[in-house]
Design a protein around this ligand. Sequence first.
Ligand code: PFF
Length: 476
Amino acid sequence: MVAATHTTSEGWSSRWAFVLAAVGAAVGLGNVWRFPTLAGENGGGAFVLFYIGCVVLIGLPLVLSEILIGRAGRSDAVGSVRNVAAESGRSGGWATLGWVEVVAAFLILSFYSVVAGWVIYYAGVMGRDFFGTLFAGAPFAGALQGETTETIQQRMGDLFTNIPLLLAMHTVFMGITFAVVARGVHDGIEKAATYLMPAFFVLLIAITIYGAFLGNFAEAVAFLFTPDFSKLTAPAMNTALGQALFSMSLGSAALMTYGAYVSRETKLAPTAGMIAFADTGVAIIAGLMIFPIVFAVGLDPAAGPTLVFQSLPAAFQQMPAGSLVGFLFFVLIFFAALTSSISLLEAPTSWGINERGWSRPKSAFIFSFSAFVIGIACLLSLSVWSDIRLLGFWSIFAETNIFDTIDGFTGKVMLPVAALLTAIFVGWRADRKLVESETGLEGGLFGLWRFLVCWLAPIAVALILVFGLFPGLLGN
Ligand code: PFF
């Protein structure tokens, strides 16, 4: 038994504020950049189906588990797990779970801000282009007129080697994230979500409709929904699970931290359902927004991480009103990224407040600044530090630079490990009465949820983790 740690006094002003903030945390670069990229690289349909299976059977039960730990523990992720363990008569060592999650959030924030910096840059380029055409009296022109496809594609390579520019964008994004988190749950995080999320949804629907009418929607649907199971290798499954966890912000303290600010009256199960549903819906809609445009101009869906930054601007050049839509597209990604990075920073910030007694601005500054510094290593690894291998001894990271290693290690190792520990903790160790009353589920539904958390989630996560990390075990 251990003593309870500090509990938070902050809270959301309503259930909707929580839903918007949590959906904001979930919907981010993961949905609009990573999901289409991975679906494209891993063959489309089978990956998407497997991904949806992960969401429903593993992700959804874990979303509820994480929020309930937060609300029952009422502290930062480390403190909340420790409090629930104490109340359940279990070892304080379970706080390790909270640690893994907070460290994962902190590491993700470092490279997340770098990618969000690219988004700001592209929003700037497309914005300048759009306003240029607007003032020239041609608001419905294609984007980047007069540039060749090569120069458009070259822009990304140029950006990657332009260290001052990358640094400037990274600084701007981290600075905005800091400014929001430093203002607090109510005045900062909640306000940002209530403005940005509705705007995000309006833009998403508008651009999807644009793509449906002017792009190659049929080919996109076929690509995303026709499964070819031969493409579903063990590493692809590991990637899909890691992506499902990443996308729903699982295993990275965000939901536990936000859960601590939820009032006693809020019913957690339907709220968890809403978060998982909205997140997956947005990922799929983002696929349906991006691929019709990609196919319309005959681009390669498996282009990888450059799909959104290199391929799409080239597509916007050829499409009607491309400069306007291109600009709005990057603004949309920026909004999504910001509400997510806010949650990534809030996780360690709340630890500093509750466990170290720091003021909110001080805590937010310490963590945003340190993540910013690690982010610099990530952005240098795109060019001058590209040969540095952080985990070169490990075969799956033998060829990856600092950026990809931190991305891969958090996504493929830390998040699944945290998800596994969460399932074991909530399913087997936490007091059953406490858990049952927190979920608000009854009878068969509670039984089903418990089965998923106790059995299916841990076994599936463990298998995918082992075979994904050591593909040699399967002989491929
Ligand atoms: N879910 C976010 C996305 O899909 O972009 C990323 C993320 C946010 C991961 C918050 C983890 C987290 F705690």
